[in-house]
Write a protein that binds this ligand. Structure first.
Ligand SMILES: *[C@@H]1O[C@H](CO)[C@@H](O)[C@H](O)[C@H]1NC(C)=O
Ligand SMILES: *[C@@H]1O[C@H](CO)[C@@H](O)[C@H](O)[C@H]1NC(C)=O
Ligand SMILES: *[C@@H]1O[C@H](CO)[C@@H](O)[C@H](O)[C@H]1NC(C)=O
Length: 351
C-alpha cells in the first residue's frame, strides 16, 4: 500500500513537472530552436535582390504593407515563411542567406529564391537563380559556420536535428519551365506524368541530401492550384472555368507522387520525420476576390514599379500575376502550421 502510494505520488510529480515545462515552452520559447527555409518566390525574402534576374521585386508596391517596405518579398506584406515563423513563436523573421551574419545562423536561414526549381534549368530565362541544388550548397556553408561556432560537425548535426525545415519548391518547374514551351523543351519531351516522375526522382535525392545534412523534421509542401494564377489564366485562357485545368491537373500528378515519396523517406531513413504538407484550404476567410491581381502587371506578371494597388488588399487572393497577397499567405500558413503539428509533439519528452 505504501509502495503504491509512493508510486502514485511520484507519477503525480512527474506529470506536474512535465506540464510545467510544457507551459513554459509554449509561452516563452519558439516551438523549435531554429527554422531553415528552402523554396521559391513564395518564401524568398531578399535572396534575389543582388542577382542579375528579372525575378526580383525590391521596389514598391511590393512590401507596401511590410514594416520595412520593399525587401524582395514577392507580396504586399509578410510571406508564408514569415507567418509560419510567427506562429511558431520566433521573435524575428528568419534572415535571407544573402545577408545572414554568423550569429543569425543559430535560429535558421532562409535560402528561398524567386524562379527557383527542383531542376537547375527551371527559371533560367529570368536570369540568375538559386536552384534547390544551390540552396543545399548554401546550407552546407551555413552548417560549416555552425560547426565552427559550436566546436565540431557532430555537435552541429545534433543541433540541426532539432530544427524545423520547410521545403516549398516545384512551382517553377511548371510555371517557369514545362508551361513555357517557347523557352523550354520539357513539354515536348515528356508527358505530365513523365515530367512529374522526373521531378520526383530529383527531389528524392535532394531531400535525402537535406537529411544527410542533419535535418530530421521536414515539412514538404505540396503544389497549389498553379492553373489559377492570374498570369496563367491570361496566358492560356481558362475556357470558361476560372483556372487553367490542364496546369492544375499536372500539379496534382506531382502531388500524387510526392505523398508516397514522403512516406518512403520516412520508412527508409532512421529518425526521419518528413511531413507532406498541403496548404490548400476550402474556406477563404475575408478573401472575396479569388481571381485577378491586386496590382497592374508587367508583361512578366509582376507588379509594375509604383503600380497603383487595390484598396482592399485583405480581400484579394492574388497580389500579382503569380503570388498571393499577405492575406492569401496567411490562409496557407495557418493550414501548413496545423498540418505540421505532428512535428511539435515529441519536443517535450520528459521520460
Ligand atoms: C545580366 O543578364 C543579361 C541577360 O542575360 C545580360 O545581357 C547582362 O549582360 C547581364 N548583366 C551583368 C552585369 O552580368
Ligand atoms: C476547352 O473545352 C473544350 C470542351 O470541354 C475542350 O475540348 C478543349 O480542349 C478545352 N480547351 C482548353 C484550352 O482547355
Ligand atoms: C476579417 O475581417 C474582420 C473585420 O474587419 C477582422 O476583424 C478579422 O480579423 C479579419 N480576419 C482575418 C483572418 O483577417
Amino acid at each position: 500500500m505504501e509502495n503504491k502510494l509512493t508510486l502514485w505520488f511520484m507519477q503525480f510529480l512527474i506529470v506536474g513537472v512535465s506540464l510545467n515545462l510544457k507551459a513554459q515552452i509554449v509561452s516563452a520559447e519558439p516551438k523549435f530552436p531554429c527554422y531553415f527555409v528552402f523554396g521559391d518566390s513564395l518564401v524568398d525574402n531578399g535572396n534575389n535582390n543582388n542577382l542579375n534576374t528579372t525575378a526580383k521585386v525590391n521596389y514598391l508596391p511590393y512590401g507596401i504593407d511590410f514594416p520595412q517596405g520593399p525587401t524582395g518579398r514577392f507580396t504586399n506584406g509578410r510571406n508564408i515563411a514569415d507567418l509560419i515563423g510567427e506562429l511558431l513563436g520566433f521573435e524575428n523573421y528568419i534572415p535571407p542567406f544573402a545577408n545572414s551574419r554568423n550569429q543569425d545562423v543559430f535560429t535558421g536561414v532562409n535560402y528561398g529564391s524567386g524562379a527557383a526549381g527542383i531542376l537547375d534549368e527551371s527559371g533560367y530565362k529570368t536570369g540568375a537563380v538559386i536552384s534547390l541544388n544551390k540552396q543545399l550548397s548554401n546550407h552546407r556553408v551555413v552548417i560549416s559556420r555552425i560547426a565552427t561556432l559550436l566546436g565540431g560537425e557532430k555537435v552541429a548535426k545534433e543541433y540541426l536535428s532539432k530544427c524545423l525545415y520547410t521545403v516549398a519548391i516545384g512551382n517553377n518547374d511548371y510555371l517557369n519551365n514545362y508551361y513555357l514551351p517557347q523557352y523550354y523543351s520539357s513539354s515536348s519531351l515528356y508527358t505530365p506524368e513523365q515530367f512529374a516522375a522526373l521531378l520526383i526522382r530529383q527531389y528524392s535525392k535532394q531531400l535525402r541530401k537535406l537529411y544527410e545534412y542533419g535535418a530530421r523534421k521536414v515539412a514538404v509542401f505540396a503544389l497549389g492550384q498553379l492553373g489559377c494564377c492570374p498570369a496563367e489564366v491570361a496566358l492560356y485562357g481558362s475556357n470558361g472555368s476560372s483556372c487553367v485545368e490542364s496546369i492544375n491537373n499536372a500539379a496534382k500528378i506531382f502531388n500524387d507522387k510526392l505523398k508516397p515519396l514522403v512516406d518512403h523517406l520516412n520508412y527508409l531513413l532512421a529518425d526521419a520525420n518528413f511531413i507532406y504538407t498541403n496548404t490548400a484550404t476550402d474556406s477563404y476567410g475575408n478573401i472575396t476576390v479569388l481571381s485577378g491581381s491586386c496590382c497592374a502587371l508587367s508583361d512578366i506578371g509582376q507588379c509594375l514599379p509604383d503600380a497603383v494597388t487595390c484598396n482592399n488588399r485583405d480581400e484579394y487572393m492574388f497580389w500579382d500575376g503569380f503570388h498571393p497577397t499577405e492575406a492569401g499567405h496567411l490562409l496557407s500558413a495557418k493550414k501548413a502550421y496545423s498540418e505540421m503539428s505532428p512535428l511539435f509533439t515529441n519536443l517535450v519528452d520528459v521520460e
